[in-house]
Design a protein around this ligand. Structure first.
Ligand SMILES: [Zn+2]
Ligand SMILES: [Zn+2]
Length: 284
């Protein structure tokens, strides 16, 4: 799962063959990039060796940041030693010990929560910060602010001083601040306590839905969720959209799972390879 945001890419889990999928999906290997690993099961981390090696072959120069649970550091260091491949770029590894903010950027933060799988796992929430409000050109004109650099500064939330000495603050020409977008990725998990507040108001929740409702006992034993459990979690958190993922290979098509989730929560989709979804910026 990859979030493309401006010039940056945020990847959530890294399954086998990820570099081939990236080529097919026309995803770049040289961009600013962070990878967030939910837990140390093969289907979530074994893409890293191939991806790192491919990036090195392509002469990547930019730093790559990898976040994950305890063990991710040792895993990557062992790989590097035993495969003896030289990297052309630095890899910064951040081990995440439990819930909290794992990364802070100018425009967004990523937070982690402890999920409930058969081994320690993390769910992640990507959250954009508030953006400056909508810009009203008519207000700017009425205040006699010349178009160009001053407008652009005000649009970015900066105060400006005009040549006549007049000081204009952004709130004079902007509407109220606009909410950022929020995406929550659960990784492999049973429904876990605290999810509703962790995922509160998310624009998108991507939730484990490995087995159908009839197999809820198996889901419990294997540390996974069913469609109606995923639907209930999305509903409780007042999320706007739900995507069911990590579907067991026993289902040739996921229609059954989709129907089961829909009984609980309306706005749900089934994850597919190369599926693309646009989350528009919010206006309020
Ligand atoms: Zn797992
Ligand atoms: Zn898995």
């Amino acid at each position: 799962m990859l979030v493309k945001r401006g010039n940056e890419q945020l990847m959530f889990d890294c399954g086998e063959g990820v570099q081939r999928q990236m080529v097919k999906a026309k995803v770049g290997f040289h961009k600013k990039m962070k990878i967030f690993v939910s837990h140390m099961h093969g289907d979530h981390v074994l893409g890293l060796p191939g991806l790192l090696q491919t990036m090195a072959l392509m002469d990547r120069q930019k730093k790559l940041e990898v976040y994950g649970p305890e063990g991710i550091k040792q895993f990557l260091e062992c790989l590097r030693e035993s495969l003896q491949f030289g990297l052309t770029f630095p890899v910064e590894i951040h081990e995440v010990y439990g819930a909290g903010t794992v990364c802070r950027e100018k425009d967004y933060v990523v937070e982690a929560a402890e999920s409930n799988h058969v081994i320690p796992g993390l769910a992640y929430a990507f959250m954009e910060k508030l953006r400056p409000g909508k810009f009203y050109p008519e207000k700017a004109r009425a205040l006699g602010i010349p178009e160009g650099e001053f407008w652009s500064k005000l649009q970015h939330g900066d105060t400006v001083k005009l040549s006549n000495g007049q000081v204009i603050s952004p709130d004079e020409v902007l509407g109220s601040p606009r909410k950022g977008r929020k995406i929550v990725y659960t990784g492999d998990t049973r429904p876990f306590a605290g999810f509703a507040s962790f995922a509160a108001g998310a624009d998108l929740v991507i939730h484990d839905s490995t087995f159908d409702d009839a197999l809820c006992e198996k889901a419990e034993v294997d540390g996974h969720s069913t469609p109606s459990q995923a639907g209930l979690q999305a509903k409780k958190s007042k999320a706007k959209k739900l995507i069911l993922t990590h579907i067991s290979a026993r289902y040739s098509n996921g229609q059954l799972l989709l129907e089961q989730a829909r009984r609980v929560y309306e706005n749900v989709l089934l994850a597919e390879d190369f599926m693309e979804l646009e989350l528009p910026l919010l206006d309020s």
